[in-house]
Design a protein around this ligand. Structure first.
Ligand SMILES: Nc1nc2c(ncn2[C@@H]2O[C@H](COP(=O)(O)OP(=O)(O)O)[C@@H](O)[C@H]2O)c(=O)[nH]1
Ligand SMILES: [Mg+2]
Length: 353
């Protein structure tokens, strides 16, 4: 059964960068991954693209042919894709049944909040067997200001109600948050969306005329009780791994490597251990339902890493990377000296093998 993510969010929220980061992570983990670019305005695509909407239609074509502006042309492109869904379906089938597909959406928010084409494309994907989760990226910059935070809550809620998918809201670029100044509350206040009445003072100060309206929006968001956020710093491996676990859990994906794929280096071979000690590869449901624990799984850890002790952590991680680099170099030198001992002097070509 193919699984996938619908990566949405405003322009510049980090969608394409996230897709590229996830491609690197999954490739390193030997997990299959394909990326479908559905943004006809995406010119410099950073990741290897399995399917690109530009081979069906480009934004420029739509603007030129129909005399539309960029926004209207974007909506037209999505309607065109919906009308030519078979084009997408044929290419997705070529990726196989075990594909894991990221759909990189355009940044126009109306596509995930009220325009119907993307929603109908999602329904068609569902009918052809796809298990999708929506990953909605919101720039973490929004939490530095109470009124902006309200707008991102509304946007997230609207997207959740419209797309009707398992949905994960993500505060992206959390590594940059410290540079926007001090937060009024701890990060977990913003990620958990528990008691928005605490925002009242800030909202009355920021825009007294709209304080009542803002508080009404807060209570609406609270009444639904749907919105919460994960965090993401795309270059932080722990952050990417945590988000991947959350998404796997949301769309019910449990990755089982194909039988012919070698286990990653360092995996302990338990095949000859008694059954009571071997990991239970059949217990898929248990692992899907397990609580997600680990570094960066708690907003308080994220706060410490990127806000409270950012400089100390930067120094620590740099030292760790240096150590890792030295270990890799040492291992490589040992490997080459083993080859030399075995074969006598070797050519440059053999050394590089
Ligand atoms: N510091 C930092 N920058 C990021 C992160 N994710 C994306 N960016 C930057 O944000 C900008 C916009 O990203 P892009 O992926 O093009 O956004 P898109 O329009 O949503 O596809 C680029 O300059 C990225 O390098 C992140 O996690 N941390
Ligand atoms: Mg993009």
């Amino acid at each position: 059964m193919p699984f996938g993510e619908l990566v949405c969010g405003s322009p510049g929220s980090g969608k394409s960068t996230y897709c590229y980061g996830k491609h690197q992570l999954f490739s390193a983990l030997n997990r299959p991954i394909s990326i479908v670019n559905l943004d006809p305005a995406n010119e410099n695509i950073p990741y290897p693209c399995a399917i690109d909407i530009s081979s069906l239609i480009t934004l420029q074509d739509a603007m030129k042919e129909l005399g539309l502006g960029p926004n209207g042309a974007m909506l037209y492109c999505m309607e065109y894709l919906e009308a030519n869904y078979d084009w997408l379906d044929d290419r997705l089938k070529e990726l196989g049944k075990d594909a894991y597909v990221l759909f990189d959406l355009p940044g126009q928010v109306e596509l995930s909040t009220n325009h119907e084409s993307v929603k109908r494309i999602i329904q068609k994907l569902g009918k052809s067997g796809f298990r999708l989760a929506a990953v909605h990226l919101c720039d973490a910059h929004y939490v530095t200001d109470a009124t902006k935070y309200i707008s991102v809550l509304m946007l997230s809620l609207r997207a959740m109600l419209h797309l009707e998918l398992p949905h994960i809201n993500v505060l992206s670029k959390v590594d940059l948050i410290k540079q926007y100044g001090d937060l009024d509350f701890n990060l977990d206040f913003y990620t958990e969306v528990q008691d928005l009445s605490h925002l009242e003072n800030l909202l009355s100060k920021a825009s007294p005329r709209y304080a009542a309206l803002n508080m009404a929006i807060c209570s609406l968001v609270e009444d639904y009780g749907l919105v919460g956020f994960e965090t993401l710093a795309v270059e932080d491996k722990e952050s990417m791994l945590h988000l991947s676990r959350v998404i796997d859990k949301a769309n019910g994906c449990v990755f089982v490597p194909p039988a012919d794929v070698p286990a990653p280096e360092g995996t302990v071979d338990m095949s000859s251990a008694p059954a009571s000690q071997r990991p239970n590869a059949m217990g898929l449901f248990t692992s899907a339902m397990a609580t997600i624990k680990g570094p960066r799984s708690d907003a308080r850890d994220v706060q410490e890493r990127w806000i409270d002790a950012k400089e100390d952590w930067d120094v620590y991680e740099k030292a760790q990377w240096k150590k890792e680099g030295e270990m890799v170099r040492e291992e490589e030198a040992k490997r080459k000296s083993r080859i030399r001992e075995r074969n006598g002097p070797v050519s440059q070509n053999q050394q590089n093998m």
